[in-house]
Design a protein around this ligand. Structure first.
Ligand code: NI
Length: 169
């Protein structure tokens, strides 16, 4: 099992938009497997390739990771094609934004299209937790962190805390 290092804020790499995957080859399959292992060990419910230092458009997710059976899904080159309604994602967090959680306004429903790990088209009509996970992970692919979607006041609070911690090091 290979556990990858997770890139954390304020690393500028996380702001980088990702490139679409053009060829789903062995190295992509290996990356996906490693991303899933990394997500479960973290533990998290979703992970984008950019978070492990790869600027490619790939996400893995599992909305119920505490079940014994691991059943993660993969989306390559995902795009949100439709959003509907509004919901408050309570206490949202991110493996790249350690030790911080905040409420985030999200769409209630999201329809996402992409490819599965074999390159077959995959369309997911998501509500509830899955909708929030997909919006969060696809944000990563566009260089957006959940702290970019909260009030400037709350964001500054976190930024100041990170700066302090970095100084101590
Ligand atoms: Ni995240």
């Amino acid at each position: 099992m290979t556990i990858l290092d997770i890139v954390t804020y304020p690393e500028p790499f996380l702001k980088q938009p990702t490139k679409p995957v053009e060829n789903i080859d062995g190295s992509i399959q290996e990356l996906i497997t490693n991303m899933a292992d990394t997500m479960y060990v973290a533990p998290g419910v979703g992970l984008a390739a950019i978070q492990v230092g790869v600027d490619k458009s790939i996400i893995v997710f599992d909305e119920s990771p505490d079940k014994e059976k691991r059943a993660y899904r993969v989306l390559i080159n995902p795009e949100i094609v439709e959003m509907e309604g509004e919901t408050l994602s309570e206490n949202e967090g991110c493996l790249s934004v350690p030790d911080f959680r905040a409420d985030v306004k999200r769409s209630a429903l999201a329809i996402v299209e992409g490819l599965d790990r074999d390159g077959n088209p995959l369309k997911i009509e998501a509500g509830g937790v899955l909708s929030i996970i997909l919006q969060h992970e696809i944000d990563h692919l566009n260089g957006i962190l959940f702290i970019d979607r909260i009030s400037a006041l709350k964001r500054d609070l976190y930024k100041r805390r990170v700066k302090k911690a970095l100084k101590k090091k």
